[in-house]
Design a protein around this ligand. Structure first.
Ligand code: PLP
Length: 394
C-alpha cells in the first residue's frame, strides 16, 4: 500500500511525467516528426568518441577485484584525478582526494551532501525557479525546504531576500549555476556577496552547489568558480550532461578545503553514500572517468540549438531571457496560468513544462537538447500559438 505522503509527492511532482506520457500519445497519433517535444532534459548528443573508446577498453579489462567493492568514497586513483582536474589556478586552497566522494550522479551527490549536514527540521534555502527534485531530496534527509525567489528577469540570486529568509534553523542553501530551468550563470560578484552574507551569520550555513551544467556555457563565457568564491561549500557534480552519460550515473561531491572540519564532513559524505544504499559509485564508470576528465560534448551544437530556438521564440514575439548556459529556455507565458498555456501548446503538438513544476508560475521551460529538426520544425506551431495568444510578432 503506497503511503499518503508518497501518493501526494507523486501527484505534485508529475508535471514532467505527464508531459512524457502526453508526448507518447501525440507521437502515436500524429507521427514523431509532427510532435515538438521540448519537455525532457535528456541530452540527445552521444558521448564523445574518446569516452566510448575508453568505455570499451575498460569493459574489456581483466584483473582481480575490478568489479569488487572499494572504499565507499570511490577509487583513490579516480579521486586523485578529479582533485587535479578541480585544482584550477585561482583556487585559494587545493582540493585533496580525501575531500571527494564519488557518487551516483549529481542526484546522489545532493542526497549525500544533505544527509551529511542535516538534523531533522533543519532548513535548506532553494532559489526559485529550481530543479524540482530538490524538495524531495531535502525531505529525504529530514530537512525543511524554504523557497526564495530569484531576482525577476535576470534570475540571479536575490541576496536581500535570502538574508530575510535565514533563521537560526537555516543549515544550507542550494545553488545551481548554470541554472535549470533559467540558464542563468551566477556572476562572481553575486557568489562573493553571497559568501559574505553566509559568513556574517552566527551559525555555519553550507552552500551546496549543484553544477551538472558547468561545462555547458555559451558565447565564450566561463562559469565563475563556486569553489574559488565561496568558503563553506560542498560542490555536487556529474558527467550526465558534460559527457552525455545520464544513464550511467556517475558524479561526485567535493567538500571545500576551506570548510571548518572539512575532513570530518567528507567522512560524513562517505558514510552517507554507504547508508543511503548507494554504497559506492559504479566501479566501471569511475575507471572510465579517470581517463576522460578533459573530454566534453560538443557545446557548440547546444549553442546553435539555443540560438535557433531562441530566435524562433523571440521572432514570434515571446519573451525570454537568453540562457547563458545549460540547455533550457525559461519562457514567460503570455497568460499568467502557465498550466493552461502548456495545455494550449500541447494542442499544437508542442510539449513544454509549466513553470509551476519549478516553483515559479507564469513561465514555461523548453529543453533545447533535442534534434535540430525538432527546433526547425516547431516554427509554424509557435507562430500559431503566438497568434492564438495575440502575442505581437516582431
Ligand atoms: N541537478 C540539476 C539542476 C539537474 O537538472 C539534474 C538533472 O537533470 C540533476 C541535478 C541530476 O543530475 P544527475 O543525472 O547527474 O543525477
Amino acid at each position: 500500500m503506497v503511503s499518503n505522503k508518497m501518493a501526494q509527492a507523486m501527484e505534485k511532482g508529475s508535471f514532467i511525467r505527464k508531459m512524457f506520457e502526453e508526448g507518447n500519445r501525440l507521437r502515436a497519433l500524429h507521427g514523431a516528426d509532427k510532435v515538438f517535444d521540448f519537455s525532457i532534459g535528456n541530452p540527445d548528443l552521444e558521448p564523445p568518441a574518446e569516452v566510448l573508446t575508453v568505455l570499451s577498453e575498460q569493459a574489456a579489462a581483466t584483473g582481480s577485484g575490478l568489479h569488487g567493492y572499494m572504499s565507499n568514497n570511490g577509487y583513490l586513483e579516480t579521486r586523485t584525478a578529479v582533485a587535479e582536474w578541480l585544482n584550477q589556478p585561482g583556487l585559494p586552497e587545493p582540493v585533496t582526494p580525501d575531500l571527494i566522494c564519488m557518487t551516483v550522479g549529481a542526484a546522489g551527490a545532493l542526497n549525500v551532501a544533505l544527509k551529511a549536514i542535516l538534523d531533522p527540521g533543519d532548513e535548506v534555502i532553494v532559489l526559485a525557479p529550481f530543479f524540482v527534485e530538490y524538495t524531495a531530496y531535502i525531505d529525504n534527509q529530514g530537512g525543511k525546504c524554504v523557497v526564495v525567489p530569484c531576482l525577476p528577469d535576470t534570475f540571479q540570486p536575490d541576496l536581500q531576500a535570502i538574508a530575510a529568509a535565514i533563521t537560526p534553523r537555516t543549515k544550507a542553501i542550494i545553488l545551481n549555476t548554470p541554472n535549470n530551468p533559467t540558464g542563468t550563470i551566477y556572476s562572481a560578484e553575486t557568489l562573493q556577496a553571497l559568501d559574505a552574507l553566509l559568513q556574517a551569520q552566527p551559525q555555519s550555513i553550507m552552500a551546496i552547489s549543484d553544477e551538472p551544467y558547468s561545462a555547458i556555457a555559451f558565447d565564450g563565457q566561463t562559469v565563475p568558480s563556486t569553489l574559488a568564491n565561496i568558503q563553506n561549500m560542498i560542490m555536487c557534480y556529474s558527467w550526465s550532461k558534460s559527457l552525455s552519460l545520464p544513464g550511467e550515473r556517475i558524479g561526485f561531491c567535493a567538500v571545500s578545503p576551506r570548510c571548518p572540519n572539512a575532513k570530518q564532513l567528507a567522512a560524513a559524505c562517505t558514510y552517507a553514500n554507504r547508508v543511503l544504499g548507494f554504497v559506492n559509485a559504479p566501479a566501471l564508470m569511475q575507471r572510465i572517468i579517470t581517463h576522460v576528465l578533459n573530454a566534453r560534448v560538443d557545446v557548440a551544437r547546444y549553442e546553435s540549438r539555443r540560438n535557433a530556438l531562441y530566435d524562433i521564440l523571440t521572432s514570434c514575439g515571446f519573451n525570454a531571457t537568453c540562457p547563458a548556459g545549460g540547455f533550457y529556455i525559461f519562457l514567460k507565458s503570455p497568460i499568467s496560468d502557465d498550466l493552461a498555456f502548456a495545455d494550449a501548446c500541447a494542442r499544437h503538438n508542442v510539449l513544454l513544462v509549466p513553470g509551476q513544476g519549478f516553483g515559479y508560475g507564469g513561465y514555461v521551460r523548453l529543453c533545447f537538447a533535442v534534434p535540430d529538426s525538432t527546433i526547425a520544425g516547431s516554427r509554424s506551431a509557435f507562430e500559431k500559438i503566438a497568434q492564438e495568444f495575440s502575442v505581437q510578432q516582431s
